[in-house]
Design a protein around this ligand. Sequence first.
Ligand SMILES: Cc1cc2nc3c(=O)[nH]c(=O)nc-3n(C[C@H](O)[C@H](O)[C@H](O)COP(=O)(O)OP(=O)(O)OC[C@H]3O[C@@H](n4cnc5c(N)ncnc54)[C@H](O)[C@@H]3O)c2cc1C
Ligand SMILES: NC(=O)C1=CN([C@@H]2O[C@H](COP(=O)(O)OP(=O)(O)OC[C@H]3O[C@@H](n4cnc5c(N)ncnc54)[C@H](OP(=O)(O)O)[C@@H]3O)[C@@H](O)[C@H]2O)C=CC1
Ligand SMILES: O=C(O)C(=O)Cc1c[nH]c2ccccc12
Length: 435
Amino acid sequence: MHCTNFHIPTMVYDPEYDQDEFFARRCILVNGPVIVGAGPSGLAVGAGLKQQGVPFVILDRANCIASLWQNQTYDRLKLHLPKQFCQLPYFPFPPDFPEYPTKYQFIGYLESYNKHFDINPKFNESVQSANYDETCGLWRVRTVTTNGLMRGEVEYISRWLVVATGENAEKVVPEFEGLEEFGGRVMHACDYRSGEGYEGKRVLVVGCGNSGMEVSLDLCHHNASPSMVVRSSVHVLPREILRKSTFELAVAMMKWLPIKVVDKIMLVSARLVLGNVEKYGLKRPSMGPLQLKNTEGKTPVLDIGALQKIRSGQIKIVPGIKRFSRGWVEFVNGETLEIDSVILATGYCSNVPSWLKENGFFSTQGFPIAPFPNGWKGKAGIYAVGFTRRGLSGASLDAMRVAQDIGKIWKEETRHKKHSVAVALACHRRCKTHL
Ligand SMILES: Cc1cc2nc3c(=O)[nH]c(=O)nc-3n(C[C@H](O)[C@H](O)[C@H](O)COP(=O)(O)OP(=O)(O)OC[C@H]3O[C@@H](n4cnc5c(N)ncnc54)[C@H](O)[C@@H]3O)c2cc1C
Ligand SMILES: NC(=O)C1=CN([C@@H]2O[C@H](COP(=O)(O)OP(=O)(O)OC[C@H]3O[C@@H](n4cnc5c(N)ncnc54)[C@H](OP(=O)(O)O)[C@@H]3O)[C@@H](O)[C@H]2O)C=CC1
Ligand SMILES: O=C(O)C(=O)Cc1c[nH]c2ccccc12
């Protein structure tokens, strides 16, 4: 796509003065980078840029920051890594936070972070496409804005594009034979808030990652009867070993030992603390838990109580699903089970391939192709933050690198040109000459 699709009116974006909302179609030249996503990753990049005086625009499809945390998680959720691995750069958690903050505490912290750095994302702006326009050397990011009844299209034009839409941007909803005739309540784990309303119900929880385990546990707390589908294998680790965070121990050991050895130690320790989990139907993968996380992104389960319920039989383990029918499910081993509801804890995926038109930086799965630690920067001013499958600490690391890199280029350019807006306008003029 070239500049032929350039829509007027065109404005220079000034963060001090947010222009009116009257135009249904607008084109905004951004002085600084466009950041897509106002989750922890996007906010952390924003903070790093603010500190260096670099202007930017953050766009989010939702109407709030950290929408994954605010709109798509259950009430009982707590961070499952200790707090020091989850805080964002330059602004620590309050000292009275517990070791594993609740989601409400984490959201409160992110709100303070947003306020403290005056990040000011633009909400209700869903990015539909982004492409690099070689004729003018700029990124063109198109959004659909939904603001009450108002719907508009905006094109943001920028030197830099920071992708911060997350590893969990879309829910994965597999197709199952017969599900349409099942008849009971079916929802994805991202829409599950609590077991209220499930009392006495037989619930099939599909998937045994952290979501499947914790939803099943929450259902037990609400006197429901969950059966959890384990179709392949899963690593379950205790959240703590001898009162020390398992994750923290693993991070410490990784400084001295190869990952394979650390995995062995993890598995021996897990066996000592949890016993043999395979006898409950929780088959372990052949690859160790950290290696599996690093190579395939599959997060080990950090157990916070589900295993005890599996042992006691309150959570039943069932095999893969063959098909559904009215009021029941048939498994691959031919057995059937009567159920009232289904919760799909079947995971999430990146949505980058659906909107980013480029070749070579992102894979078809929506993750940077270059392996860690080289996937944060691409060619022509594109960056990725929060795609290293290393949780919030990985996102923070990316964010600091990206903000520093953009800040460095920005400072070099503003030293040479009198005013950064003049630079943007010059680019803009160059772009328009190609119309
Ligand atoms: C239930 C759950 C619990 C977790 N717990 C932990 C934990 O304890 N510790 C840990 O380290 N990690 C945890 N994670 C991993 C989680 O991915 C990170 O914590 C964190 O949310 C990643 O931040 P992010 O900003 O990269 O992505 P997100 O938080 O997903 O934010 C991405 C933002 O991009 C926006 N967006 C997406 N597509 C578009 C588009 N096309 N246009 C505009 N905006 C868009 C979304 O609305 C969203 O606000 C958890 C994940 C889940 C699902
Ligand atoms: N407290 C916390 O901090 C929590 C953190 N999280 C994090 O959120 C992220 C997402 O976790 P989660 O939502 O559990 O997703 P995961 O991707 O980790 O797990 C998805 C599960 O669904 C199963 N599955 C997928 N498709 C099917 C199918 N067709 N039939 C049967 N089973 C299927 C997978 O099985 P298979 O392996 O065979 O493909 C797997 O067990 C993770 O990083 C996790 O750590 C989640 C919840 C709580
Ligand atoms: O909870 C998540 O989704 C995370 O990605 C956190 C995380 C990063 N590395 C890990 C290794 C083991 C368990 C959790 C994590």
